[in-house]
Design a protein around this ligand. Structure first.
Ligand code: NAD
Length: 431
């Protein structure tokens, strides 16, 4: 948005005001705080993890606020930075025209590479940090960012194991002076929020059953370059290693589980059991993750959530949240409710949820309000770990037992370039 462009400024204010109105529904913690950045202060954004999502989030951040510049980037690998900056240069020029250079100012001295590049980026003069690296690296980077007083946009999931989530919970408790906005983007989608509003106002009565489907095809694989060490090969193809991605329930299906948690007023389930395995991912290149999971979560009040996720090509696909209540039913992603009054369907505006989440973040930074999504982003990650571990072990897992799990995934030391990942888990033989 051009400063001085009153139409754009009005639109921006309208959008962010609408976004702010949804804060309570979203379960955001918004409290008034003394310090804020006036619109004349240039906000400097740093991106950690220059892949697909990070590149998109950098653009969303710079589009959400008129006086914001991407000033620093960090990635494990220089070639990833190069691709990212090339793409951003192109899209910033297209979008911001003669302002592109003001909005994207990343000279060589503010490009940081290596496994610990996040430390240098956080130490550089940035106000806001985007965390879009593989999930394994998130807890340490989030802690460092919050301790350094940076506002954070934090992609999902927040960790890959329970100790990682407990660290994130602690970090978010201490994030009193900064905003922490989660990349669980459906919480910021206007249609999903309106549908949740309907359900929470009683449109389908009491919730009885939820079914979360994330049935989809294969994702990318970046090949194996003989110049890469075994550790680098894993980090390049992080999706396929549980220690890096958490496996499908955390890396992808978490979006569905988070909506299930939201439906249950952010009260976590009491227990979970399930089944899963890998039928198509039999080659070593697919690391140690599964390709399908089916889990059942139970709450103490009797509600059950049936959760299905699969990444296999040429199969039936559906991503939807089905909810059955005592007086009706809903499909959350279709934004649709059916009850004795007929069918309700959301017909309001549908701006990009990725854009809206950044508008929330920057509006809060400007106004001095605080958003802290730490509670639900941690609980959703725990729910996903619960299903993964239940399916890996073949055991039922209670929430209380889950919280006591001290297993840390991944190498003790990242300098071990020959790190060998755990074998593919076989239910009934672990835990
Ligand atoms: N909210 C959403 O809808 C959504 C969509 C896609 C991805 N994501 C999440 O965003 C994150 C990134 O996903 P992606 O699709 O962009 O993956 P990606 O592989 O395209 O990008 C990840 C980048 O992080 C880099 N990286 C690896 N180790 C690093 C380290 N130690 N420090 C800094 N950078 C490091 C990689 O080299 C890569 O460039 C994941 O957590 C993913 O689950 C969220």
């Amino acid at each position: 948005m051009k400063s001085g462009s009153s139409t754009n400024r009005r639109n921006f204010i309208k959008q962010t005001a609408a976004a702010a109105a949804g804060a309570t529904v979203l379960g955001n913690t918004a409290i008034a705080a003394g310090y804020h950045h006036s619109v004349n202060d240039r906000l400097r954004v740093g991106l950690i993890g220059c892949g697909g999502r990070g590149t998109g989030a950098a653009m969303d951040a710079c589009s959400a606020d008129s006086n914001t510049t991407l000033t620093a980037v960090a990635d494990a690998f220089p070639d990833r930075v190069e691709i990212c900056l090339k793409g951003l240069n192109r899209s910033f020029e297209e979008k911001f025209k003669d302002q592109a250079k003001e909005k994207l100012d990343v000279p060589a001295e503010r490009v940081f590479t290596g496994m610990d590049a996040y430390k240098e980026l956080i130490a550089s003069d940035v106000d806001v940090v985007i965390l879009a690296q593989p999930p394994y690296f998130r807890p340490a980077a989030l802690k460092a960012a919050v301790e350094a007083g940076k506002h954070v946009f934090c992609e999902k999931p927040v960790a890959v194991d329970v100790p990682g989530v407990l660290s994130v919970i602690e970090t978010c408790k201490n994030a009193k002076d900064v905003n922490v906005v989660s990349g669980l983007c459906w919480r910021y989608d206007l249609g999903v929020r309106a549908t949740m509003d309907q359900i929470k106002s009683g449109a389908i009565g009491q919730i009885v059953t939820i079914q979360e489907n994330y049935l989809t095809g294969e994702l990318w694989h970046r090949g194996n370059n003989p110049e890469w060490s075994p550790l680098e090969q894993q980090i390049r193809n992080w999706l396929y290693y549980t220690w890096l991605s958490g496996d499908i329930p955390l890396e992808q299906h978490i979006h569905s589980l988070d909506k299930g948690l939201w439906l249950m007023d952010d009260v976590p389930p009491a227990r979970c059991y399930g089944t899963g395995g890998r039928q198509r991912r039999t080659d070593e290149k697919w690391g140690n993750v599964y390709d399908h999971f089916a889990s059942c979560y139970e709450w103490d009040n009797g509600v059950r959530l049936f959760s299905y996720c699969r990444q296999q090509n040429d199969c039936f696909n559906e991503t939807e949240d089905h909810v059955w209540g005592t007086t009706g039913k809903a499909k959350i992603l279709a934004n649709q409710i059916e009850n004795d009054k007929g069918t309700w369907k959301y017909s309001g505006p549908k701006p990009s949820m990725y854009q809206v989440e950044h508008e929330f973040l920057f509006r809060a930074i400007r106004s001095g309000e605080k958003i802290n999504n730490g509670d639900y982003m941690s609980k959703s990650t725990l729910m996903a770990i619960m299903a993964r571990n239940a399916c890996y072990t073949g055991q039922e897992i209670t929430w209380d037992a889950l919280l006591k799990d001290t297993t840390r995934l991944g190498p003790a030391d990242l300098s071990d370039k020959n790190y060998k990942p755990d074998p593919v888990p076989i239910p009934g033989r672990r835990g």
